[in-house]
Each structure stands twice: as structure tokens, then as C-alpha cells.
Write a protein that binds this ligand. Sequence first.
Ligand code: HEM
Length: 626
Amino acid sequence: MLCRTETPSPAARGAGVTRLRHLAVRQRGGAGAGAGAGAGPAGRGRRRRPEMVICCAAANCSNRQGKARRGAVSFHRFPLKDSKRLIQWLKAVQRDNWTPTKYSFLCSEHFTKDSFSKRLEDRHRSLKPTAVPTIFQLVEKKHDKLDYVRSRRKIARQVPVRDGEAPREGGGEVAHRTPSPSQDLMVMQGTKEMEEAALQEEIGLMPEEEKALHSQLDSPRRRTLGDHLGAKPGAQKKPERSPVEDCARGGWAGSWVADRSGVSVDDFTPPASGACKFIGSLHSYSFSSKHARERPSLPKEQLERKRPKRDVEPSCSSHLSGHDKAVTEVSPTSSLTATPQKPSQGLSASPADLTPRPATEAVLGRKGDTDANPMSINEVIMSASGACKLIDSLHSYCFSSRQSKSQVCCLREQVEKKNGELKLLRQRVSRSDSQVRKLKEKLDEMKRNSFPYLNSLISQDCETPQLNPVMEPLSWMLGTWLSDPPGDGTFPTMKPFQYLEEVHISHVGQPMLNFSFNAFHPDTRKPMHRECGFIRLKPDTNKVAFISAQNTGLVEVEEGEVNGQELSIASHSIARISFAKKPHVEQITRKFRLNSDGKLEQTVSMATTTQPMTQHLHITYKKVTP
Ligand code: HEM
């Protein structure tokens, strides 16, 4: 008897043993199993299916299918996909080290009347979506495990093993199944890390109280999984908790139920399949809701494609292998009181209330389900125990998908970051270009305002025009010159003085030179004497005309000759303003010479009305522009 009563009173233990007898396997054609109690017309096919008897998982409750008047007691699945409500149920049940599976039921006696939404004509009851069991006869826990083990050992001796198969040591509940070594490996490896990661993620979102409950559920799973991982190779792995296991408390009867050896409490806690069960019961909620709800009828080929390629499958897959083998040998039309769900049903449907149904309906599915074809191996795997397997597949797929998405997100972030940086750079360059454009426009505007003539005329042709050939003999005078050293001023009527002077001699392509002489005080730099005018050459001669206007009101023309790099001229005509200061100048002579050191030298002499021709100025200039 696999029943785990919290308080194994003698009566309860006796009831448990009695219930265990109902676990006898009913396999058509199975020598070791008698005719199934529920075997009906549906059980006449070539394949065999296990029979199951629904029993209540509540402690100290012996209700099972068929015990009471039909319809008097209904059985209801644990809300495995509704983690909040599941926790409420588990709190109410108060079973230690126990995890409900899809084959775990509570009978209607643990619910108040208002927990049921309706009572169908066929006496099936339907729980309200929010229903939580509240009616329990809780008992003390002492001796629980010991009695439980005792009862189980007793049951194990009573349950036949597979047809023609010798009892095995350490076989676990599914004694009649013989997984192959490769199938055994499926429980040894898998997606434990994935499950743990996802588990932690989910638990991390839970309130502390829920975490504690999860921890309570998680603990045996880990221990058992670790034990199995450390098991010797080839040893039979604990199968997924099957209907038999879940019925251990209340009287499951399944064809694979047997325990040939002494078993421990762990045998009835989620074994290697625990991780999967846990996922199936709690953690799978999110994944199944995400994936299965969106794709409730995920084709098996698609599932196979999405399942990670590896030699072994995680968690409950080990016994699934054996289960697979066993199931393929049983009749597809065997009577099943609790119908294995197809993948779509198992994942998309909410934890369905399950009251005993006719065998035919159970095999074919719910009313209206016309899929009466025998299920394939994969379907069966995903049916009888395969919710976990399917969840694992989805889980793994989801996890790997998450990883891929994460990588994609990382890449996308990098690309976006690069794009962002590039965009900023473009903006900066654009701003720079714009600023340069604006500055240039502003500068042009200032030029137009400050030098309207240049802009309108001279600036249109900035290049210096070629010197007119007529002026070539005087080309050595071209340029800007600065006094170096300061000039010397003298005259008999005045004290000697010094002065600074800047000279510009240029041309604009015309047959003449333009000049300006600007004298400044050497100390104060204040402007002093200034004059400007033109120098012309008579074409094809060395005759030069010097035309000057001075700021003193004197206008004069000097003429002379250019010989080499020396120009000697003397006043030809002098005019002045009517109010010019006296003494008036009457004659002027000048001499320009380009010295060997590159300096320009000028000497000015004059005669006034009071003084004979006497040197007034002597100065040398250095050239400051080409
Ligand atoms: C060809 C050009 C120049 C002529 C024809 C000229 C003519 C004269 C004359 C007629 C006088 C008056 C002399 C007197 O009172 O007895 C004079 C004075 C003077 N000149 Fe010139 N001068 C010339 C260039 C310069 C230059 C380039 C300077 C430099 C700063 C200069 C500075 C002076 C000074 C300081 C005096 C004395 C005070 C004055 O009367 O203002 N002269 N000049």
C-alpha cells in the first residue's frame, strides 16, 4: 500500500493496506495482473494501459473511486498551474514532504458546499476556480513515516511485478517496467541548471511565506535528485510519480505499482522526477501558461524539434523511458479511470476537476473529443507522465530562448549604442558645419559693412595686378617700408628732430605708382607730416614725374630721372593754400636710392623764403612686405 497517512492509526493502516490491493495491475494479457476492475470495452485493443483508481490525497481520508455511491464523492485535481491556490491547498492538506502531481486528487468531502459551482446531471461536480479545501481531519504526525514504510513494504510484497519478471531489488514503485540503460540515463542528466535558474527566478518573486512553502516542496526533490544522480550506473531510477504513487495514500491501483524492497520515505517524495514535478506543479505555471496557452496544440514534431539535443532527458524522463516501453505494450483501449492527458490538454487546460467517468470516455478523452486514435509513444509519454516532459521541453526551449533573446538583446544594445554614438557624432559634425557656415556668413556680412568699396570693386579681384611694364624701372621702390632707424630732421631754423615714418608704394596695374608717406612722433607716435601722390614714368624714357600733396597745404610736382635703383627729382612746380604757414618753401629736391643692404634711402632738401637749399630730412627704410 502506497498510502501515506499522516497518522497511521491501526484503522487507517488497515485501510491503507486494503487500498493497496486495489493497486493491482490490470493488464490485458498480463499474466501477473488480473482483469482490471475498470476494464471495459475500451480495454480490448492490442495495447495495454494501466488502470488507475482515484483516491483522495488528504491525510486520514480513505475515499477512493468506487468506494462510495457513484457521484456521492467527487475527486478534484490539485490546481498545479495556479501556484497561489496550490499553496492554499497544500496548506490545508498539511502533508509533509509531499508534492502533488497531476494524479493527485482531493475528494469533495474536503470542500464546503459553496465550493462547487454546479452539479451536473451525471452527478459530476465542478469546483469553483477559487475553491480551497477547508474540511480536514488533521492528526498527529508521529509514527507517520514508520507506519508508512511498513505499509508500503507490505504492499510491495503484494503487488505483482511485470509479467514473467523476477522481483528486483530497489525497484521502486514501477516494478514491472524495465528501462533500458540509456533510458535510465535520462534521469541522470538534463536541464537541472535550467530548472534551478528558472526556479530561483520564480521563487525570487514570491512572498516569504510562499518561498517557505516552495522550499518545503523543493527540499525533497533536491535530495532525491541528488541521490539518484549519485546512484550506481544501471540501477533503476525512480520513475516519475505516477498515478500509483499519488494513489499511494488513498488507494491508487496501477499496473506498474510494486515495491519489492524496503523503501524509504523518499520513495514517496518526488524522486528524480521531482524537479520536473516541481516544475510541473509550480514552476511550470508560468511556462505552460506562456507557451501552452498560446500554443495549446503544439505539434509533437515541433516539440521534438525544440527539445534540446542531448543524450539524456531531465528529471522524470528516466522512468518515462520505461514507462514509454510499458505503455507501448499496453492496450490503448485499456480502461483508465483517470485519463492521461494529451499535451494540449495537460498544459492548456486548467487543473481539471475529475470525477470518475466511464472508461470509454476516459480513453477517448472528454465528451466531444473525437480523437480516438491510439496515442503514439511520444503522446503517451507526454500524457501519462509527460506533462513534466513536455514542460521540460518547453522549459528548456524557453530557457534557451531566453538566453538567445538575451544575447540578441545584448547585440541589439551594442548596435543601438553604436548607432547612438554615431548619431551624436553626426550631430556634432553637423553642428560644426553649421557653425562654420554661420561664422562665414557673419564674417562676410561684417566685410560688406566695413569695406563696402572693397566688396563692391577691389575685393572682386584680390590678386595683385601685374606691374605695368612702363613702371618697371621703378619696381625696386614697390612695397611697404618702415623707418629703420628713425629719420633725422634738420633745418637751420629749428632744432634737429627724429621721426618715424611708414611708406607704402604700390600699383594697380596702371602705368604709375601710388605712394603715401606717414610720419609719426618717435615718442608719442602721434601723426606728424603726411603726404601722398603718384609717380609716373614717361614711356620709353627714364623721365619721372613725382606728384605730391602734403598735409601742410603744399602741392608740388617734382620731376627727374631714374637711373638704376636711384631716383633724383627736383621741384617743378609748387602751390600751396592761401593760409600756408610761413616761411614758405620755394624749392625741393629728393633722392631715393635702394641701397645694397636692401634698404630704401631718402634725402629731402628745401629752400625757403628765408633759407637757402638745405637738407631737411634723411631717412632709411627697411622693407616690411615683399
Ligand atoms: C618735402 C616735405 C617737407 C617740406 C617741403 C617741409 C617744409 C617745411 C618748412 C618750410 C618748414 C618751416 C621752416 C622754418 O620755419 O624755417 C618746416 C618745418 C618743420 N618741418 Fe618740414 N617739410 C617737409 C617734410 C617734413 C617732414 C616729413 C617732417 C617730419 C615730421 C617735417 C617736420 C618739420 C618740423 C618739426 C618743422 C619745425 C616746426 C614747424 O614749423 O612746424 N617736415 N618744414
